[in-house]
Design a binder for this molecule. Structure first.
Ligand SMILES: [Fe+2]
Length: 259
């Protein structure tokens, strides 16, 4: 009796596991342009094991290229090309050792603060291919000279991408500002997690506003841990995502970030 019970539990557990693998809906693009999968460089992945688990989750969702955008912020994460390169090479080696078929690219998510100003002035930025640069606002208030900085970056050939604009609550009552920024050449990267309500109703409403207004240029996981990956995996299996992704697909350019 006990053996039969154990066999039933085994079948239930593995049945569920295989069911999830078999039914996982894939994303309609292959490049994740925003994530914190690099081990030990910010408050994302804290170990190589966690990084590999997150990369396996990316692959399950149909991602075959990941642009690693670790935080670069004053005081908390003053990463440099050297500090990130060290972690990047170790992660690449681990991916090869594990036989994972996923391409990795090194870049960063830059908070626009005094450390960014210093790195930019010294020409030390690590852009994505095609000189795309992922920029993050402060969560308290918009940068005073945001327009000037974006203009300056664009003059120097950078293609400016604003990370998760839907998450800044100070924009939720002045969405015209999004249009101004978009018209001025800034591009928007929305987090899939925002659609799930993970960051609250306000962020979800704003994410839906971006869909309605056809202003999502890039989608990102912004995953910091495997829990984020699982929330995204469950969400993209939903009917809501099936409908939304059809509306979003025409404007999303994730796979066009190339040399
Ligand atoms: Fe991020």
């Amino acid at each position: 009796m006990q053996v039969i019970l154990s066999l039933m539990i085994f079948q239930f557990m593995f049945g569920k596991l295989f069911k999830r693998n078999r039914e996982q809906v894939k994303l309609f693009y292959n490049t994740d342009v925003h994530c914190h999968i690099m081990p030990g460089v910010d408050h994302g992945s804290q170990s190589m094991e966690q990084s590999l688990e997150m990369l396996r989750a990316e692959m399950e969702m149909g991602i075959s290229r990941v642009i690693l955008t670790s935080h670069v912020t004053a005081v908390t994460f003053e990463n440099t090309r050297e500090s990130l390169m060290d972690a990047f090479l170790k992660l690449k080696d681990a991916v090869t050792d594990e036989g994972l078929d996923i391409e990795l690219e090194l870049s960063a998510e830059y908070r626009m603060d005094e450390y960014f100003d210093k790195e930019y002035a010294a020409d030390h930025l690590i852009p994505m291919p095609g000189k795309h640069i992922l920029l993050e606002n402060s969560f308290q208030q918009e940068l005073m000279n945001l327009d000037e900085l974006l203009f300056d970056l664009q003059i120097k050939g950078y293609k400016t991408i604003l990370a998760h604009p839907e998450r800044y609550s100070y924009y939720s009552h002045r969405r015209k500002r999004y249009e101004q920024l978009h018209n001025a050449g800034a591009r928007f990267q929305v987090n899939i997690l925002s659609f799930t309500g993970y960051f609250g109703e306000e962020a979800r409403d704003s994410a839906l506003w971006f869909v309605r207004n056809g202003m999502i240029d890039y989608l990102g996981s912004d995953m910091h841990n495997i829990k984020h990956a699982h929330i995204i995996m469950d969400y993209i299996n939903s009917k809501e995502w099936k409908k939304l992704s059809k509306e979003i697909e025409p404007t999303v350019k994730n796979d066009l970030i190339t040399m």
